[in-house]
Write a protein that binds this ligand. Sequence first.
Ligand code: P6P
Length: 336
Amino acid sequence: MAKQNQTLGEFIIENQEEFKYSSGELSRLINSIRLAAKVVNHEVNKAGLVDILGAAGETNVQGEDQQKLDVYANEIFIKTLTNREIVCGIASEEEDDYITITGRNKKNDNKYIVLMDPLDGSSNIDVNVSVGTIFSIYRRVTPPGTPVTLDDFLQPGKNQVAAGYIVYGTSTMIVYSTGHGVNGFTLNPAIGTYYLSHPNMQYPEDGNIYSVNEGNYVHFPQGVKDYIKYCQKEEGNRPYSARYIGSLVSDFHRNMIKGGIYIYPNTSKDPDGKLRLLYECNPMAYLAEQANGSASNGFERILDIQPTKLHQRVPFFCGSKNMVAKAEEFMQNSTS
Ligand code: P6P
């Protein structure tokens, strides 16, 4: 049971027995993410002061310019998870392929794998807009002690054992779930401790915020165009407010607190959408459902989708249950 102002460390210990099969490994894994987040937060918060801005001169598998902080965050999370020998495999938006982790005994005795977007929204770094880290945790499906395979990573989102994000915003927060609701912890930078600030986070079933990049309107499927017009119509509690930060973690976080829907649909330019299933949509969908919200691709529950590729993209509708249902109605009633 969450207690106001409890530290993250106390919360993890107190709730460990809630997690079946728990041998403390998952707690140690969440703790290592907590540590890596503090290190990344320190760099993100001083990004404007040191030469860590701007592209690192590389592009990632997505063909996107890698910002130096992207590269830095990726390295910090991988190094922390590897050094603590807690996981047997890692996949990252910044890595073309998954990484096999072998312990000092050159075996893979650990049972968890982590998939992550180490710094989502990184194009906002140079303009001082919030960015975030997204993580997703599964139990491996291949035999313990053997190197992980792609099958360990291509699991449907409903198999996740935990997921969460860190938002580096006006304050730094860790928001995560191990399947018993969603709790948010705010970092006190003066002492480097996270405190429970948002116990049992819940999406309001209805909201009046819609988050979508309307600059792509002409490329949207008709169902999304129809839903946007519905949001803008003078009727009942509409028109809704349009709020789009361009940083998934920030838009998701605001909508979970205030109520709202985030949409990144497929377009004529990106027929599968832009967001990646494994380390953006699945973890956010897991959190949304744990917080009484929902997430779909417009037709199917995100967490039911069977992945086929490590970096595959899917259309993403996520937020207040009734708003997602209405958007799905427009998608399913539209012929194009
Ligand atoms: P656009 C950031 O690159 C991201 O993956 C999400 O964080 C964000 O919501 C979206 O893409 C922004 O994409 O095409 O609207 O700039």
